[in-house]
Write a protein that binds this ligand. Structure first.
Ligand SMILES: Cc1cc2nc3c(=O)[nH]c(=O)nc-3n(C[C@H](O)[C@H](O)[C@H](O)COP(=O)(O)OP(=O)(O)OC[C@H]3O[C@@H](n4cnc5c(N)ncnc54)[C@H](O)[C@@H]3O)c2cc1C
Length: 377
């Protein structure tokens, strides 16, 4: 039984049905069309994942106007085709909102208790009271977006302070990503903040930024609003390696990367892995072990330290930090930004960053990273 039919739940359900398992999916609206723009580093996706665009050399514009480059190509997923490709034919759909989940059943008002051999929680993440990533964006025509694309085929992050906001306020950057040959998404983004920035603030910053580049306002542009939790807490028992009663996948797990917010590529990889294990008779504890091997827990713990540092920064420190981060060798960038289960490489990337930071950050970053306690929300 998969509770939740977002990318994580659907990837598992589709793979489980392909593995000839009997699958139940519970979701209030399992056919709801996904509208979010999902993207990922190219090498994290299986070749069959449909895409609409590739940024071969994504740029990062620094606050002072320099440019760095990401090590890896970045792709925009064709969300509609991805959803369609994760087929639910043969799945029993229960159209309702699960109230309580137990290891062998789910209570769904109007449907009673629906039972199954293994229940998996893929309900996504609540954002209330947590460190969240927020963004507000609009879709521009390629020609219109030209001034923002001046530095290559897109900007993963544009930190130039063209948003007109108080330089001492919470830092935001613009995500400038071609969706296809004709459309470009420009999104004013707060990478991590608690509480998250309000949409009105992000919209005002984006308007200012577009005006700075001479891009006129237009009322009918498609919009995107982003708000999701970066650090869903893992309980003490899970940190100690014990499985919860009901294993969690996707943003609920959370397989969300604490620094980038990405989870879709990881969820698409986990779906077939978990389905194959279930077909071999795996139980909930086995599944949890596949979702959270010790190496993934250790990697996650390190990245939560990174998130703690990021959320402590003002705009200037953020800029100096990323200017140094994107000078890292490609294998270090990749180790920090991608994958979930290589703590040694993640640690080496962090160690390689330290000497690249300016003296002020070199002093403060380790202290802030090692402050007692976890970023647990
Ligand atoms: C606009 C936007 C853009 C994003 N861009 C990216 C990106 O580029 N790359 C990336 O990796 N990540 C991105 N993310 C972050 C993250 O990967 C997504 O939030 C992703 O949708 C998480 O997938 P999920 O399946 O875990 O959860 P969700 O997509 O949140 O799906 C949860 C499902 O559970 C269902 N549900 C909830 N409660 C219940 C209940 N009680 N009973 C039954 N069903 C329930 C919901 O109806 C929903 O269908 C983005 C997020 C947003 C909002």
């Amino acid at each position: 039984m998969v509770v939740g039919a977002g990318p994580a739940g659907r990837a598992l359900a589709a793979a489980a049905v392909t593995a000839s398992l009997d699958v139940v999916v519970v979701d209030p609206d399992p056919d709801r069309a996904w509208t979010s723009t999902y993207a990922a580093f190219a090498h994290e996706l299986a070749p069959e994942v449909p895409r609409t665009a590739t940024m071969a050399r994504p740029g990062v514009a620094t606050r002072r106007g320099g440019t760095s480059w990401l090590a890896d190509p970045y792709v925009v997923i064709d969300t509609a085709r991805l959803q369609h490709s994760l087929r639910l034919d043969g799945v029993r759909l229960v159209r309702g909102r699960a109230r309580t989940l137990s290891p062998t059943g789910v209570d769904v008002p109007g449907h009673g208790t629906v039972t199954g051999r293994v229940v998996v929680d893929a309900r996504g993440a609540l954002t209330t009271g947590r460190t969240v990533q927020t963004a507000y964006g609009v879709v521009l025509g390629r020609y219109e977006a030209e001034p923002l694309l001046a530095r290559g085929d897109g900007l993963f992050m544009d930190w130039r302070p063209h948003h007109g906001a108080d330089p001492g306020g919470p830092p935001t950057f613009c995500y400038v990503v071609p969706l296809d040959d004709e459309r470009v998404l420009v999104e004013e983004t707060s990478l991590a903040a608690r509480p998250g920035l309000a949409t009105a603030e992000l919209r005002a910053r984006l308007r200012h930024r577009l005006a700075h580049h001479g891009i006129a306002e237009a009322p009918d542009r498609p919009e995107e609003r982003v708000r999701f939790a970066l650090a869903v807490p893992l309980g003490r028992a899970q940190w100690a390696g014990r499985a919860p009663a009901v294993p969690r996948i996707g943003a609920a797990a959370p397989v969300v990367h604490p620094a980038t917010g990405y989870s879709v590529a990881a969820s698409l990889r986990l779906g077939p892995l978990l389905a194959a294990a279930l077909a071999d008779g795996a139980d909930a504890v086995d599944l949890h072990g596949l979702i959270w091997p010790r190496s993934a827990l250790a990697t996650h713990a390190l990245r939560l330290r990174g998130l703690r540092v990021l959320t402590s920064f003002g705009a200037d420190e953020t800029d100096r930090f990323f200017a140094a981060f994107f000078t890292l060798a490609p294998h270090h960038q990749r180790a920090y930004l991608c994958g979930r289960d290589h703590p040694g490489a993640t640690m080496r990337a962090m160690a390689a960053l330290l000497p690249r930071l300016d003296p002020d950050l070199r002093r403060t970053v380790p202290t802030r990273a090692m402050t007692r306690g976890w970023v647990s929300r």
